[in-house]
Design a protein around this ligand. Structure first.
Ligand code: SAM
Ligand code: SF4
Length: 347
């Protein structure tokens, strides 16, 4: 990981500029992982025996708040809180409450989160009060036994209760499904109908080779091109111009009138329009999900009460943002393509 030396000459008049990388991509979207811990152990995301970071390595909520404010100052317009499971971090609602001020003052267009839903029963209403209007909820199966096998410990009832709570609180929900060969690929039509019937959009995701999960990635991987072909025999899929600012390509399912997204990092690369960066719960900035380019923000954050060193480190990270990833399930045969798990970088 790069650490950044102090700028040669520091001046009080240092004016941070907005974040544009060397390929002309404007960075406006921050995904922040607030914990690497989770109450589940999904088979594509974690190994059964995950070792989590000691809590004292994590940025405090005050530091996360300051970091977000620094990014908002640099033109970040959307923040997605992720993890691990963000809602298992103690006092996480305190961070949402503080970040909600950026929404109140129109300095941020969107504050959102990705969650497995198990804690939403407790938090959905307060999330809405903090300015959150839509969330992504991961739900990979509607069969209780299969859900438990995929999550290695989850109870489907908790996720469905969370989904209800979110919708009752007024949050728009997009359901995320990682499609896994021989595990849930036969359930995709049912999941689409379930989501659309409940007024939720849904995205299908190809499994990505991130971190060792104890199984061969090629055994889990299904190309979404094949899934789409099969769905086209059942549904009429109409191209949609909708873009969420993320990597999903959307169609409208004519029979239900709702959106279906395909997130295909392996079979279709979406890097040319990438507008995002990711920061881990220890303050490491990854400018690409699928590369190892990283810059430490924790040291500059802690070194000074003003943001000059931090801004300098952020600039260095943006300069270093790669053109794109080169994920390949085949090339990494059996091993992880990238050593860190998705739960570290934040999905
Ligand atoms: N715990 C929350 C959840 O599951 O929604 C947020 C964190 S999770 C890492 C974020 C997203 O990443 C989830 O939608 C999850 O399904 C997805 N994900 C995790 N590991 C993945 C992998 N190896 N390939 C593709 N998607 C993955
Ligand atoms: Fe936890 Fe989300 Fe990873 Fe599943 S995908 S293990 S819920 S962090």
């Amino acid at each position: 990981m790069l650490s950044v030396a102090a700028p040669a000459r520091q001046s009080d008049s240092y004016q941070p500029e907005s974040l544009v990388d060397r390929f002309g991509r404007k960075i406006t979207y921050l995904r922040l992982s607030v914990t690497d811990r989770c109450d589940l152990r999904c088979v594509y995301c974690m190994s059964e025996t995950m070792k989590f970071l000691p809590k004292n390595e994590l940025l405090s909520l005050d530091e996360l708040d300051r970091l977000c404010a620094a990014f908002v100052n640099r033109g970040i317009r959307k923040i997605r809180i992720s993890g691990g499971e963000p809602l298992v971090r103690r006092d996480i609602m305190g961070l949402f409450r503080r970040l909600s001020h950026h929404i109140d003052y129109h300095r941020l267009d969107e504050l959102t989160l990705t969650t497995n839903g198990t804690q939403l029963g407790r938090h959905a209403r307060e999330l809405w009060c903090c300015g959150v209007r839509r969330i992504n909820l991961s739900l990979d199966s509607l069969d209780a036994d299969q859900y438990r096998r995929i999550t290695r410990r989850g109870d489907l009832k908790d996720a469905l209760y969370g989904l209800d709570a979110a919708q009752n609180a007024g949050l728009a929900v997009k359901i995320n499904v990682v499609v896994l060969k021989g595990i849930n690929d036969h359930e995709i039509e049912d999941l689409i109908l379930f989501a659309h019937d409940r007024g939720a959009d849904i995205s299908l995701i190809e499994t990505m080779p991130l971190g060792d999960v104890g199984v061969h990635r090629a055994d889990q991987y299904v190309s979404l091109s094949a899934v789409r072909e099969s769905l086209e025999r059942r549904f009429t899929l109409e191209e949609s111009s909708y873009a969420s600012g993320g990597p999903a390509r959307y169609v409208t399912v004519k029979e239900t009138g709702r959106r279906l997204g395909f997130i295909t990092p392996l079979s279709h690369n979406f890097c040319e329009s990438c507008n995002r960066i990711r920061v881990t719960c220890t303050g490491t900035l990854y400018s690409c999900l699928g590369q190892n380019n990283a810059i430490d923000l924790r040291a500059p954050l802690r070194a000074s009460a003003n943001n000059q060193l931090l801004d300098h480190a952020i600039d260095a990270a943006i300069r270093d943002k790669p053109a794109g990833h080169d994920f390949s399930v085949e090339r990494t045969a059996g091993r992880a393509g990238i050593d860190r798990h998705m739960s570290v970088t934040g999905g």
